[in-house]
Structure formats: structure tokens, C-alpha cells
Design a protein around this ligand. Structure first.
Ligand code: DGJ
Length: 666
């Protein structure tokens, strides 16, 4: 790459004269796209390789001409063939751009052309060199279960900082996305993400005195080794990079959302129904009559899909049993699951179901039949978490079994919504078998294949990704699912913070959010029913409360909120997101802007006032006018400069909609 960002901005080689007298080679100073330990002698490298006879490192050189093809959308696909003939390693570096978004994707294909096995101690796809140094301000999304997507900033003066997961899933702890800007004068922002859902690592390397800070990533190189037999090849996960003028986090977010609009399958309501999910109302005590009563109330409120969560299948009376035995429990559904499916369909809703395909309970028929199908270090006692094991999807028989089980479920029943959960990390992957070090890689690849099968064979089915909330979400999952259950924390103020962080790297149309009952376990601060609805409306609205416990007043207010949501849904899901302040402030708002409308969702603590100066109104001249909710006719200029006083319709929250109209209508 000759520049990254605005034309003429960075130069390819280090200019910093302080770096010159140092010992590293010229290659160490160049902002190489992808390189190997052994090619770069001192700097960070993406490929660390060891041949069976102990030869370590690779000296990569250009093997052929660089091939550049223009893609259908006008973007470019560049392929750069490198090789180390002595070692027998061929590396093709791929770079892809698009005219529909600003993201550059980089990945590598590594092939063992020698006659001995080669171990990839690190097999990453590429690096981005951000000219922000020396050092960098590094922005990450960190967290924990129930606290996902919490923004944090690391002031990196020198050295390497890395974030990642060794858990076989993306993890609640870090999301694979970082931002970089200068510590001295932050004028631009560089952002890098990794499209990978197994164990991973993103490393930010800031060498002393250097202008270029290098960001690279791929599968976790601490907990896994990839072995290439003679003739074998592998394609690394893609690292994604973008540049943004300025330091506005919403501009970076908007650039990611534009990219995600292209890699996902649309933002429309067909795969973002208003869901009623019965988990919080019933937990494991699923009973067909009770579910049907909940479904009737949900339909009255305006829900479009009814999802029966955990607890519907054979033997599932608690979290100690049943996972893996995916047939309706005959005591809960004496006349079969059809009774619920048909009842829900007759109410005009899509029927949805929860499943955890990778999980198996020790107390299950599946485990009794196949104790050798789980992740475990052979010879050691298997580890349970939440009383369950994880199936090793990387075993071909297991992948086939899961694929067929899902095919059967979706064929036997009229299911239009599938919530795919995963309730534990995999701490004990890697059976003692050839290639066992690669367990996370193989598991994740199989997970993708099964998701791809769902999309190809059951395109009408909406898939909601979940892992105890947001434990497995990233750009690779996003490309293969429609929604994500963002967090198990549904207390509205905590949830607002989680959603605030989520939106900085991921889009509103995938952000599943439910209204649940008060008080929540952790966030016990009271909030009106409307407050909770407006929080959930910031993404894809759902309801997870015990509707049978709601009184008439609550039901009426809830259906009024659902009706409002239907009117604003398309703007929330397609509009440009602008966060005004943070949820920690006395008043906070999110603005969604399309060409024709602006929707503002606002929340406050008692007594706070907010005059909101709208942003992103492209056309600030006199012709651009908006109809305000009170019927007033406001110019874009006034909305941006003078601002609009939020009226707080429901006391602690508000929804304000502005419709753009042209002069002919005035
Ligand atoms: C964790 C999920 O995040 C919840 O929504 C629920 O589906 C439970 N698992 C069920 O076990």
C-alpha cells in the first residue's frame, strides 16, 4: 500500500531519522503488508513457521508478478505471490478494496510446497501500519459477561499490546476491533478488526522512535498451532482496516456500519422481527399451555415472532441435563411441538426456537452414546462449565451430526427464527490426536460451514447469534447471522452502556434488545416501562418480560410503544448513528439519520435538560427543512446550530422524529 487514508498522507517508509542508526534491516522499516519472522529480522511479523526438521523462520521473496483485478463493484483485488523455496512455503497475500465502503481486507493463503510438515506457530493474514507513532492511543472494546463492548483506551508509549481470546469463542472480554490515533496530535483515526470467531489475537506493536505502529492479528498463537502437511494449504482469517479523517468515534462507527451493510444480508424487517422471547418468563419451566398464553399476549402487543428459549427439549428441567437431545420433551409437549408451533402461527407470528448445537450435558443420551465427541485433553478429566461440555465440531462426524440435526429440526417444524446459543468457553480443547493443537481453528471453520448451510438451505430462517449474550460476535458472525443477543444484562441503564459500546463497532440492525421486568439482578435503578422500551428500540426491539404478570395499563402502554417502533424501525436500522454524550451523563441521546428522516432516542436522569444540536444533516442550506413532532417547520440549519429542546414525553425518556420535506410542500 502506498498510502492509507487521504491521498498523499502517509509515506510508505519510515521517515524518522532517529530510527536510522539502529541495527534492524531496511525491511524492518518498510510497512510490509504481510511478512514472516526471518524476512523481517527485528520487527513484528505475521508468519512464524517451523519445519519438521527444526528449520525456523522464512525468507519470503516475490515469486511472480503481483496480480491486480478490478472487481465488479469497481474495487480492486490484489494478489501478491511470495515464496521461500528452501523451506517449501508459498504465501499469497490478498488485498481487497470496494467502492461501496472504506474497508481494506487483507488475508493470506499459505501452502506447504515442500515434502515435510510445516508448523505455523503464527499464521496471520496481514498487518496494517498506522503512521501515528511514536506510540499510539489504542481504543479497544473490552468487557465481561453482562458487560460486553465496554470502550477502554490504552496509552501505548512503546512496546506491544495485544487483546484476544483463548476461549475458542470471540469472548466477552475483548471484541476483535481496535482504533489507533496519535498520542501527540490526534488528527486521524485508523481502525483494524479481525473477522474471526474462535481463539484470536490482535497485536498493536509500537517500536521505539518509530512513526509506524503495526497492527496485525489472526488465530491465537498462544493456544493453537496450525500444521500444514506436505501439499496442504490454509487461508487465514481476514484483517480489516479503515482510515477515518478526524477522531470522531461516530465517523469510525459509520464506516464500519457501511461495510457491514455490504457483508450482511440486508437490514430489512424480514430478518429483524419484533421478537417475544419466553426465557425470562419461564426459564426451564416450559409448558405448552403457558407458552401459548404468553404467545397470545405477545401477539396482542404486536410481536412478530415468538421464540421459545432454553427448556423445550427432552430432559431439560434445569441446566444440568438435556443438551444434545434435541427433541421436544414429551412431558412438556404431550401432543408434540406442533401444538405450540401451530398456535403461534395461527396468531400470525413466526415461530422461533432456541438451540445450543455445540453443547452437550453429561446427563444426556447424546453424551452417553458419544462420550468421545467432546473437547477434552485426552486422559484428563473433562471439564464442565454451566454443567455442560462442548462438542468438538472439528471432528467431521460431529459436524455432520449437528448439520443433520438442524436440517431435521428446520424441516420437521415450521421454524422461521433460530437462536443459536453457546454457553461456555472451551478451556479444554485439543484432544491428543494429530492436528489437535488446531482445535479452535477446526471448530470455528465447522461452525461457519453449518451457519453457511443454514443460510443456503433455509434462507427464510432468521438466525440470532448468541453466546451467553455477546460472547461470540465479530465481523465473521455478522456476515453469517442476522441478529445478535447483545448481552444477558437487560437492566436498562447498564444495557444502554453496553449498546453504546456495541454501536462503535457493530450496527444497530443486528443489536437484539429486549424489554424485561424490573428489578434487574444488577441494574436495580428504577426506570419507566417506556424508558426500557426506548432502550430496546435503539436496535432490534424484542420483549422478554412475563407478559401474564403485566396489568392492562402496562399492556396498553407497551402496545403503543411497539406501534411507535414500527414507524421508526427502518430509520433506526438504516440511518447513520450519532451518539450524543455517553450513558453516564445526566442526559444521553442517539440520533439516526437517513435522507428523509431523523429519529432521536433520548434518556435522562431526573431533572436533566437537553437541547440537542442535531448532526449529520447533510444539507444545511435554507432549502432543507424538517417537520418537527409538534408540527413546527424547522430548518436544518436551526436544528444543527440552535438545537432542539427534548420535551421528555415520558419523563425519563423521549422519542423525537423529524421528517424532511422540500420547499414545494411548505
Ligand atoms: C444464555 C442466553 O444469553 C440467554 O438469553 C438464554 O438463552 C440462556 N442462555 C438460556 O440458557
Amino acid at each position: 500500500m502506498t498510502h492509507w487514508g487521504a491521498r498523499g498522507l502517509p509515506v510508505p517508509a519510515e521517515r524518522n531519522e532517529n530510527a536510522r542508526p539502529s541495527w534492524p534491516s531496511e525491511l524492518d522499516r518498510l510497512p510490509l503488508e504481510t511478512t514472516a519472522l526471518g524476512t523481517r529480522t527485528a520487527g513484528a511479523a505475521e508468519i512464524v513457521v517451523r519445519r519438521a526438521d527444526g528449520l525456523r523462520g522464512a525468507r519470503l521473496r516475490l515469486a511472480d508478478d503481483v496480480e491486480t483485478t478490478t472487481r465488479e463493484d469497481g474495487g480492486v483485488h490484489l494478489q501478491c505471490p511470495l515464496e521461500d523455496p528452501d523451506l517449501g512455503l508459498a504465501v499469497t497475500v490478498h488485498l481487497r478494496t470496494s467502492t461501496h465502503h472504506d474497508v481494506v481486507a487483507k488475508w493470506a493463503e499459505l501452502r506447504n510446497c515442500g515434502d515435510q510438515p510445516v508448523e505455523l506457530l503464527r499464521g496471520w493474514g496481514g498487518a496494517f501500519n498506522a503512521p501515528v507513532g511514536p506510540g499510539a492511543r489504542v481504543g479497544v472494546l473490552s468487557g465481561a459477561w453482562g458487560h460486553e463492548f465496554t470502550p477502554a483506551e490504552i496509552d501505548l508509549g512503546v512496546g506491544t499490546v495485544s487483546v484476544g481470546s483463548r476461549q475458542g469463542i470471540t469472548s466477552h472480554d475483548f471484541s476483535p476491533v481496535v482504533t489507533l490515533s496519535s498520542r501527540a496530535e490526534p488528527t486521524n483515526t485508523y481502525a483494524v478488526a479481525l473477522a474471526w470467531s474462535g481463539s484470536w489475537r490482535l497485536a498493536v506493536d509500537a517500536p521505539p522512535f518509530r512513526e509506524h505502529v503495526r497492527v496485525a492479528g489472526g488465530t491465537d498463537d498462544e493456544s493453537g498451532i496450525h500444521r500444514l502437511e506436505a501439499g496442504e494449504s490454509m487461508v487465514t482469517p481476514a484483517v480489516l482496516g479503515l482510515w477515518c479523517a478526524g477522531t470522531d468515534a461516530d465517523d469510525v462507527a459509520a464506516a464500519w456500519h457501511t461495510y457491514q451493510r455490504v457483508i450482511g444480508r440486508g437490514t430489512g424487517p424480514e430478518h429483524r422481527p419484533i421478537v417475544y422471547n419466553s426465557w425470562y418468563a419461564t426459564r426451564f419451566h416450559v409448558q405448552v399451555d403457558h407458552q401459548l398464553r404468553l404467545a397470545r399476549e405477545a401477539a396482542r402487543l404486536g410481536a412478530e415472532a415468538f421464540v421459545v428459549d432454553d427448556g423445550w427439549f427432552r430432559g431439560r428441567t434445569s441446566d444440568r441435563a438435556g443438551l444434545g437431545d434435541w427433541e421436544p420433551d414429551p412431558t412438556k409437549f404431550p401432543s408434540g411441538l406442533e401444538a405450540l408451533v401451530d398456535g403461534v402461527r395461527e396468531l400470525g407470528m413466526t415461530f422461533g426456537i432456541w438451540i445450543e448445537p455445540e453443547a452437550v450435558s453429561p446427563d444426556s443420551e447424546l453424551y452417553r452414546r458419544h462420550p468421545d465427541w467432546i473437547h477434552r485433553a485426552a486422559g484428563r478429566a473433562a471439564i464442565t462449565r454451566r454443567n455442560q461440555y462442548t462438542l468438538d465440531l472439528g471432528i467431521p462426524d460431529v459436524e455432520q451430526w449437528v448439520t443433520e440435526m438442524l436440517r431435521r429440526l428446520l424441516t420437521d417444524y415450521d421454524i422461521g427464527f433460530l437462536k443459536w446459543d453457546m454457553n461456555r468457553l472451551i478451556a479444554d480443547g485439543g484432544q491428543t490426536q494429530p492436528g489437535g493443537d488446531d482445535w479452535s481453528w477446526r471448530h470455528t471453520q465447522a461452525y461457519y460451514r453449518v451457519l453457511d448451510m443454514l443460510r443456503t438451505e433455509f434462507p427464510e430462517v432468521t438466525v440470532e447469534a448468541c453466546s451467553g449474550g455477546g460472547g461470540r460476535y465479530d465481523n465473521a458472525v455478522l456476515a453469517r447471522s442476522d441478529l445478535v443477543w447483545t448481552s444477558d444484562e437487560t437492566g436498562p441503564r447498564d444495557r444502554l452502556s453496553i449498546q453504546h459500546g456495541f454501536l462503535s463497532g457493530y450496527p444497530a440492525w443486528t443489536m437484539s434488545s429486549w424489554v424485561t421486568d424490573e428489578p434487574d439482578v444488577r441494574d436495580t435503578e428504577p426506570a419507566s416501562l417506556e424508558f426500557r422500551f426506548v432502550v430496546a428500540m435503539a436496535g432490534a426491539l424484542g420483549i422478554g418480560a412475563d407478559l401474564l404478570a403485566w396489568d392492562t395499563d402496562e399492556r396498553e402502554r407497551a402496545s403503543a410503544m411497539v406501534a411507535i417502533y414500527r414507524q421508526i424501525r427502518s430509520v433506526v436500522h438504516t440511518g447513520r448513528v450519532r451518539r450524543h454524550g455517553t450513558p453516564a451523563e445526566e442526559a444521553y441521546a442517539i440520533q439516526y439519520t437517513t435522507r428523509d428522516s431523523v429519529v432521536v432516542l433520548a434518556w435522562r436522569r431526573p431533572g436533566a435538560a437537553l437541547r440537542l444540536r442535531l448532526a449529520d444533516l447533510d444539507d444545511l442550506d435554507e432549502n432543507a427543512r424538517y417537520r418537527a413532532p409538534d408540527g413546527g417547520n424547522v430548518s436544518a440549519h436551526d436544528l444543527a446550530e440552535t438545537g432542539y429542546p427534548i420535551g421528555w414525553t415520558w419523563g425519563d425518556c423521549d422519542i423525537v422524529v423529524f421528517h424532511r420535506h422540500d420547499r414545494r410542500e411548505q
